[in-house]
Design a protein around this ligand. Structure first.
Ligand code: BT5
Length: 245
């Protein structure tokens, strides 16, 4: 499906479907069958695309829906580094191919002009102090139509750039940039992540299940935790959904 892919690990094997339920679910089956690191599953359409906490992910034809299998040698508590790396790779690739300036929104979104263009779902299984596998699921709105209920919160690359991009060219660039980021240090990835997120100093509201916190972001550490200055002092946040205030 992709010709001339210049990578060492990522995308050496690519499984392509016209339709599947979820590329993350299929990638899990491949992990169970002993798939190699860097194996990619991509589908033109997903019938059961998923977001975090089993939320629905709309995946019609024209978008880029894929998953990458990794066997990272990091401790599970650093798992968020995988999502951070992925976000940096996608932001760089979108910038390179379209000239647009995506913003990374903690923890797993990419926005253009304030609207969501991409979401990342990293699923990790770990035992003791080791990660058994990580499946990075990436969904990017490219040329697809958006469902009416997503119109106010989401956008597509076509809408923003007024150009119909080749999803294959975009996938190729992302896989090549992904391959390269594997050799970068967590600190340099964190710096790139911060430069795309512009989150330091912003006032945000963080929601995690029933809990809600408001504060100013003072830092994001190299495990991907948000450090929030609240009226009750600094708080470290591992996961949740933020809105800018
Ligand atoms: C995410 O979850 O943003 C992660 C999405 C990951 C999708 C990829 S596609 C390939 C792989 N296979 C899968 O099955 N999944 C991965 P979260 O942060 O929970 O955001 C979910 C929310 O985004 C939903 O509740 C909707 O509000 C919104 N949403 C749904 N579809 C969308 C779309 N196509 N574009 C933008 N927003 C969408």
């Amino acid at each position: 499906m992709i010709s001339g892919l210049d990578t060492k690990i990522i995308g050496k094997k690519i499984v392509h479907f016209e339709t599947t339920d979820s590329t993350n679910l299929y990638a899990k089956k491949l992990v169970d069958a002993g798939a190699k690191e860097g194996t990619v599953v991509v589908s033109d359409v997903q019938t059961r695309g998923r977001g975090r906490k089993d939320r629905y992910w709309s995946s019609p034809k024209g978008g880029l829906w894929f998953s990458i299998i990794l066997y990272p040698k990091i401790s599970p508590e650093k798992g968020m580094q995988i999502t951070m790396s992925s976000s940096v790779v996608i932001a760089e690739s979108i910038k390179e191919i379209t000239g647009l300036n995506p913003i990374i929104k903690w923890p797993n979104d990419l926005l253009i002009n304030g609207k969501k263009v991409c979401g990342v779902l990293t699923e990790i299984e770990s035992k003791d102090d080791e990660i058994n596998y990580a499946i990075v699921g990436i969904g990017i709105n490219v040329n697809n139509e958006l469902e009416p209920e997503l119109n106010s919160i989401a956008t597509t690359l076509k809408e923003e750039s007024k150009i119909e991009l080749s999803t294959t060219d975009l996938l190729k660039l992302i896989l090549e940039n992904f391959d390269r980021i594997l050799s970068k240090t967590p600190e340099s990835i964190r710096k790139s992540w911060l430069s795309y997120s512009k989150i330091i100093g912003k006032k945000v509201q963080v929601k995690e299940d029933e809990n809600m916190l408001i504060g100013i972001v003072s830092n994001v550490d190299n495990k991907g935790c948000l450090i929030l200055d609240t009226v009750e002092g600094p708080v470290k946040i591992l996961s949740g959904d933020i809105s800018y205030l």
